[in-house]
Design a protein. Structure first.
Lengths: 200, 245
């Protein structure tokens, strides 16, 4: 349905990079956070890899800096927002799994955060260079408001999948919905298919 | 679990009210009424003749009701293509597309009992207004406090209604701070939100809140939450909704 008197901003029709339907470009970061912003110092920071309830390996901040560091420049989306050409740096999920020395025991992962929130991402969307635990943004330490000191970064899915203040990954037997997914957000979250909400 | 709907539907604008210098309320008539939960929002979709679409989320200001009229309040943002459309173009009788209700976290269900503190910065007061109106409509003895930060007396969204509710409802307390003004009619603060102000809002509530809702710019929410935590409000009782970069 055409809206009477609406033409849109002309710049939005002339983007160099494609953005998914229903998205638009913003300069700053939009925010999707359910509660208080946690304060996590790097000396207290830990990252735990679990299989079900069982911890498999725990890394300190120092341990994490010693893992291979990778840069990614991707577009990403959060609900109806997009941000183009941002540069992220951190540790690929591939390198975390390699350092733990395990073969993935299931096809599903649940990412956990310091503030108790969680989000589910299939293993296939996390490996082969598709996702990382990001610790830098445009060369600077990741600001606390945007998930610092470290957040998950899964640029091909909606941004709530890129869990802020991430502190671990857990292999689950089935695709377990996380915090936002239990509250009506889509179980997978493909921005190109506009999978924002459960029934999309 | 809260039900949400992601089906697009066409609604008509039945009334437009100016609330403040930058905020207008739009009343939308639903052909099939739905019952939202206070705090939820809707997505609004505008379509240009060339097919370009813009989608934005706006909080619902009206209390849940089956009367089929939904009130949203929209802050005019500089270079905001959708908010500019609403402020400068939209008229009574225009049709727009919406989907909702949406949002399953920043919500206060009508059957939740216990004291509640709401903290809003600027247009962040909009979803909190639905919560205030709901509690007034339900009419049980449930303490509810609202702490609002606005630039000036004339920037307090829903000001006259809030002042009137405070006069007529003993369970409702309004604490106001104006960050860029000294004019006004009530006792209020003239500074940015701080711990002392949060303490006054908590004291006025008389009973310590079980649920705290904070909405506003990211900067405002971070500041408000910090002062709530300093005032011994537990992190797990605080729900936030943020906008802006």
């Amino acid at each position: 349905m055409i809206t009477r008197g609406f033409s849109g901003k002309s710049t939005d029709n002339n983007l160099i990079n494609p953005i998914p339907p229903g998205q638009h470009v913003v300069e700053g970061f939009p925010v999707l956070t359910a509660g208080p912003t946690p304060r996590v110092e790097t000396e207290d920071w830990k990252f735990t890899l679990k299989v079900g309830p069982k911890p498999l390996k725990v890394w300190s901040w120092q341990d994490f800096q010693a893992l291979p560091q990778t840069k990614m420049t991707r577009d990403h989306c959060v609900t109806s927002w997009s941000k183009l050409g941002t540069a992220w740096e951190g540790v690929l999920i591939d390198d975390i799994l390699a350092d733990a020395g395990i073969a993935p025991p299931s096809e599903f992962l649940l990412a956990h955060s310091f503030d108790g929130y969680s989000t589910n991402v299939p293993l296939a969307d996390m490996v082969l260079g598709k996702a990382m635990v990001a610790m830098k943004f445009n060369g600077e330490p990741l600001p606390r408001d945007h998930g610092g000191p470290a957040r998950l970064f899964v640029p091909h899915l909606y941004f709530w999948k890129s869990a802020k203040w991430v502190n671990g990954l857990q292999f689950t037997n089935r695709d377990e919905p996380g915090f936002w997914e239990l509250r009506g957000y889509h179980i997978y979250g493909d921005p190109w298919k506009e999978q924002r909400y459960s029934h999309d | 679990m809260i039900e949400i709907s992601s089906v697009w539907r066409t609604v008509s604008i039945t009334a437009v009210h100016r609330q403040t210098r930058t905020i207008k309320s739009f009343f939308l008539a639903l052909s099939e009424p739905f019952l939202h939960v206070a705090g939820q929002f809707i997505d609004v979709r505008l379509t240009a003749p060339n097919g370009y679409q813009a989608v934005r989320s706006y909080s619902i200001a009206s209390a849940p009701s089956i009367n089929g009229i939904l009130e949203i309040a929209i802050d005019k943002l500089e270079s905001g293509e959708v908010s500019s459309f609403f402020h400068d173009v939209a008229q009574v009788g225009d049709l727009i597309e919406i989907r909702g209700p949406l949002g399953g976290h920043f919500t206060l269900e009508a059957d939740v009992i216990g004291p509640v503190l709401l903290v809003g910065g600027g247009s962040g007061t909009v979803p909190l207004m639905a919560m205030v109106r709901q509690r007034v409509a339900v009419g049980r003895d449930q303490a509810i406090g609202l702490l609002v930060s606005a630039r000036t007396w004339d920037d307090v969204v829903f000001r006259d209604e809030l002042v009137s509710i405070e006069k007529t409802t003993s369970d409702f307390t309004l604490t106001l701070t104006l960050t860029r003004s000294t004019a006004g009619e009530l006792e209020y603060f003239n500074r940015r939100i701080d711990a002392a102000m949060v303490k006054v809002a908590l004291d006025r509530l008389k009973i310590f809140p079980e649920h705290v809702y904070v909405c506003g710019s990211n900067h405002f929410v971070n500041s408000a939450v910090e002062h709530l935590l300093e005032s011994d409000v537990s992190s797990s009782s605080i729900r936030t909704e943020r906008f802006g970069g």
